[in-house]
Design a protein around this ligand. Structure first.
Ligand SMILES: [Zn+2]
Length: 562
């Protein structure tokens, strides 16, 4: 692979599971970092495609339908709508949002499975599996619960122990019970298609540890997060065991083999293929070739996920892509850790979460405020914690007192002194050291912020972007143009010219983080089409009439978040 910048960037965010609404932990994990990343790439004019969609298969959905006396279709339809509302409400700007229950995806996933089968990518085994005689169903994944053989946790599922994170197969559980009937299951033979992961250990180790693929440099492993590499290494060093890629279920992508009625693809086989299906849909609607995004060596693949999905995106999906042949493998998987809520782990089943659509009902204009706070505490390298008191403090002390206050003062003073027109640029010889320091900071900011974003350091990037506003605010406070306006109009004009430039730069540099606020600033400064490269110390033209803005961030009082 060439070392030059890729022509196209194919970006995916984990397909959210259509079994419950979107909460803040989801947003901070796989969606907001990707949104910041993609917005920056778009602003720099890169060719980028960001896709996502609802993951609508799997045992958790069928199980829930059974318990609620409804159908899987009703559940996924409900949450497919609900999740899109949440994403739109927080300005998560996917290029395309699809779903895995579509006929198109079934066809694409089956085709992929057939190719793997033809290449000998599976081992077909008939073996004894747990069966619930009362419910007349084979038990896998969430249908079976027991004691974790690794940590002793009582409620481990047939696919994973949520306590210690170990992936399991049902037969490893101690004292297994059916979650359908509570009965002890019996063993019954069935045929399963296994992915023999052990076969792939050698090249995976080279790919993960050295960043090499087929002996060629593929990516720099130093750019991967330490916790991602650590998890992958321990998987590979622990020895990769074969995993069943089919299930005996009636909801999912049917196994495209004669005689395999009643069997579907394992949800973790079909879900990542959903990225490809979604890309096909987007390309077909535009007369483009989807292969340019997935198979062209000049395209780069990047997966945004939470840490619970690392093994699927760094090991299992790469195996599937390589075994199929022709596909690019990810050059990075910048997984985030978890965000906790008020001292406890976020949990959908325990209803311990802040649901995005509920937040937006309470704060209809609150998209930027929540994006800001979630980015400020983004769990990039370690788990973090969301609290409402911290939310209030960050909105009040940073967004309202620094950014909002600064912009408001600049617009009000420009209106008062010059009828809203940006004053002329000062002659260079009239600039003070303080002025020059401010201009230097503006000149350096775009590369500094952009570099941090592209290295997946979104928290620091936002801090640097806010520092531009913070610098402007401090400069304005210290220069006190309101004391000079009568005695030294020339100096006042210099100060106001420079602070107008800071507002203009904020319109571009804050856009990946605070898109609504940035759009307001851009409109006020006549910079609606400004891109990243336009962020310059002289970007706002003298004579431009600045429009007034309503207050950018209302302060939050204690009662609102109590
Ligand atoms: Zn465990």
């Amino acid at each position: 692979m060439s070392k030059s910048a890729p022509k196209r960037r194919m970006i995916t965010s984990a397909l959210p599971y259509a079994n419950g609404p979107i909460h803040l932990g989801h947003i901070a994990g796989a969606y907001l970092p990707a949104d910041i990343h993609v917005r920056h790439l778009r602003s720099t004019g890169e060719d980028v495609l960001w896709i996502c969609g609802s993951d609508e298969h799997g045992a958790a959905i069928t199980l829930r339908a059974k318990k609620e006396g409804t159908t899987p279709r009703e559940i996924v339809d409900l949450y497919h709508e609900e999740m899109q509302k949440a994403f739109t409400g927080l300005d998560i700007s996917f290029d395309h949002y699809s779903r895995t229950s579509s006929p198109k995806h079934h066809q694409v996933a089956q085709e992929f499975f057939r190719t793997l089968m033809e290449k000998g990518g599976f081992e077909v085994k008939t073996e004894e599996q747990f069966f619930d005689e009362e419910a007349q169903q084979f038990l896998a994944d969430r249908y079976i619960q027991g004691t974790c053989p690794s940590c002793g946790h009582d409620g481990a599922y047939g696919d994973q122990c949520e306590k210690c994170g170990k992936t399991l197969s049902p037969t490893e559980l101690v004292n297994p019970k059916s979650t359908l009937s509570g009965s002890t299951p019996v063993l019954k033979p069935t045929t399963l298609w296994y992915l023999p992961m052990g076969r792939h250990e050698a090249w995976l180790r080279e790919y993960i540890v050295e960043g090499k693929l087929d002996g060629q440099p593929h990516h720099d492993p130093k750019t991967w997060k330490a916790h991602v590499l650590g998890q992958c290494r321990s998987w590979i060093e622990g020895g990769l065991e074969s995993r069943a890629m089919t299930r005996d279920l009636d909801w999912g992508v049917p196994v495209p083999v004669e005689g395999a009625e009643g069997k579907v693809l394992y949800v973790w086989l079909d879900a990542p293929i959903g990225y490809i299906t979604a890309t096909m849909e987007w390309c077909e609607a535009r007369g483009q070739d989807w292969k340019d995004w997935w198979q062209d060596p000049n395209a780069e693949l990047l997966h945004f996920i939470g840490k619970d999905n690392i093994v699927f995106h760094c090991i299992i999906f790469p195996i599937l892509l390589k075994e199929h042949g022709g596909y690019n493998l990810p050059t990075n998987v910048p997984a985030n850790e978890f965000m906790n809520l008020e001292g406890d782990k976020i949990s959908t089943s325990r209803n311990w979460a802040v649901w995005v659509t509920e937040y937006l009902e309470d704060f209809p204009e609150g998209s930027d405020a929540m994006r800001y706070v979630l980015t400020a505490i983004m769990p990039e390298q370690k788990d973090s914690e969301f609290t409402w008191s911290d939310f209030r403090d960050k909105v009040n002390n940073e967004l309202a007192d620094v950014l909002g206050n600064f912009v408001n003062r600049v617009l009000v003073l420009t209106k008062k002194y010059y009828g809203g027109e940006v004053p002329a640029a000062p002659a260079p010889e009239h600039l003070t050291d303080t002025d020059r320091a401010l201009l230097d900071a503006l000149a350096a900011a775009p590369d500094k912020i952009g570099g941090l974003i592209q290295r997946h350091r979104y928290k620091e990037a936002q801090l640097e972007a806010m520092n531009v506003a913070r610098l402007g605010n401090k400069y304005l406070t210290e220069q006190e143009p309101w004391k000079l306006q009568k005695t030294d109009p020339e100096r006042t004009a210099t100060i106001m010219h420079l602070t107008c430039q800071v507002v203009g730069n904020c319109a571009v540099l804050l856009e990946p983080f605070l898109p609504q606020t940035a759009a307001k600033l851009a409109a006020a400064c006549g910079l609606a089409d400004a891109r990243w490269a336009d962020a310059q110390p002289d970007m706002v033209q003298p004579g431009t009439t600045l429009e007034e803005l309503p207050i950018l961030f209302a302060k939050i009082d204690d009662d609102t978040v109590a």
